[in-house]
Design a protein around this ligand. Structure first.
Ligand code: CA
Length: 229
């Protein structure tokens, strides 16, 4: 079920919009202040925002700009003044639609449905899910380049991340330090295979409970390392 946020200071209008949208099966929240509306739009997971232009504390221009910096959900801007609508269009704030008050609630519902349908199609085709490697307590988000150990995010340097990811996506395969150095640092890099040892040590400090008894990256004495599954 889609969740919609209405940011509107005229409560009679907001309630009317809410009633019509709820009749169509949407979940609707109302915020009547600009600043709290912006905060809610950014912190909660709404599928669409209906945004009034003139609001106390922060206007719709500012809110639309903030939302666009972080989210690509549809935004429908509404205003009592036709002139304002033209102005908003001219500014290119990234709103998906504009409506002049008063409008019929059923027209609003129709536009909400159209935008949500378009947005869902967009997600279905264009946006890919993040590529995740999950091995026991370790979750590596390759797309976002983030690592979580037992649900807690750990900060990795670029090379530490590359090395951990390479080993984790080739589990149970033993690599020599030379192979790892070539794979992660390539031949042009300054440094030597001791760099690999240093990085393995740092990775272990972040992912292992007891670094002297590693559960994930095993040392194969005289050969190299492997990621144990
Ligand atoms: Ca208003």
């Amino acid at each position: 079920m889609s969740k919609i946020l209405i940011v509107e200071d005229e409560l009679a209008i907001a309630e009317l919009e809410k009633d019509y949208l709820e009749l169509s099966g949407f979940t609707v929240d109302i915020e009547s202040q600009g600043d709290t509306g912006a905060q809610r739009a950014l912190s909660e997971n709404y599928d669409l925002i209906i945004l009034d232009l003139m609001l106390p504390n922060m206007d719709g221009f500012e809110i639309c700009k903030k939302v666009r910096e972080e989210k690509n959900i549809p935004v429908i801007m509404v205003s009592a003044k036709k002139d304002d609508i033209d102005k908003i269009r001219g500014l290119g704030l990234g709103a998906d639609d504009y409506m002049t008050k008063p409008f019929s609630p059923s027209e609003l519902v129709a536009r909400v449905k159209a935008h949500l349908a378009r947005y869902t199609r967009l997600i279905g085709t264009g946006m890919k899910e993040n590529e995740i490697i999950q091995i026991r307590g370790i979750k590596i988000d390759k797309t976002a380049r983030r690592v979580y150990v037992n649900g807690e995010e750990k900060i990795f340097t670029t090379k530490e991340f590359d090395l951990l990811t390479f080993l984790a996506q080739n589990p149970n395969h033993v690599y020599t330090k030379e192979e790892l150095f070539q794979e992660i640092w390539d031949m042009e890099s300054i440094g030597d295979i001791a760099t690999v040892t240093v990085h393995i040590k740092k990775i272990r400090e972040k992912i292992e409970i007891n670094t002297s008894k590693p559960q994930y990256i095993e040392t194969i004495w005289g050969v190299g390392y492997r990621f144990k599954v």
